[in-house]
Design a protein around this ligand. Structure first.
Ligand SMILES: [Fe+2]
Ligand SMILES: [Fe+2]
Length: 180
């Protein structure tokens, strides 16, 4: 689903899934223990659940190295995951649940497919907003360069040396701007 193709990458995906499930399962067990009045057992489950999150994050760091990630990429990955759930995973699970006559599971899969679609829509909107924000930032960068030009033109006669240094920096900035 996320272009992880080696066996080790697949194993990391499985290990990540297992640790993530342990986290949610222990939080669920903690809730049960607390409802049964066993607060110490509940605390133990919650504490261990937090450690499972750490284990899951360690696997994620190898699968999606944080240094390589951008806002566009993480939104894209989230959209991809939610659309996979809503278009492929849940419809297939629903089909099997119908075959097996498990009506509770059919309803559950239909409901979760709808919610995955909602999540996908929310992330798609965020991705659009983020791109728009990128344009606004570039607009501000351009205004900043123009303002800098004005200041430098004013000071040109007073401090010619400083002005020529700044002009060099400005050219670099313009260069990286157009490359972005
Ligand atoms: Fe673990
Ligand atoms: Fe979701």
């Amino acid at each position: 689903m996320h272009n992880h193709t080696t066996q080790t990458e697949k194993n990391l995906e499985s290990a990540f899934a297992g640790e993530s499930m342990a986290n949610r399962k222990y939080l669920y067990f903690a809730k049960i223990a607390r409802n049964l009045g066993e607060n110490q057992v509940a605390d133990l489950f919650e504490e261990t659940a937090h450690q499972e999150t750490g284990h899951a994050f360690a696997h994620l760091e190898l699968l999606y190295p944080s240094k390589e990630m951008t806002v566009e990429r993480i939104l894209e990955l989230a959209i991809e995951g939610e659309l996979y759930e809503t278009n492929q995973m849940y419809p297939e699970f629903e089909r099997i649940a119908v075959e097996e006559g498990d009506q509770a599971a059919v309803s559950e899969f239909q409901e979760q497919a709808r919610e995955s679609q909602e999540h996908a829509d929310i992330f798609i909107q965020a991705a659009k907003r983020f791109k728009a924000l990128g344009l606004v930032e570039r607009f501000h960068a351009n205004r900043y360069i123009k303002a800098l030009d004005k200041v430098q033109n004013k000071t040109a006669g007073i401090e010619p040396k400083l002005q020529s240094n700044d002009a060099g920096n400005r050219d670099n900035q313009s260069g990286s701007e157009s490359a972005a």
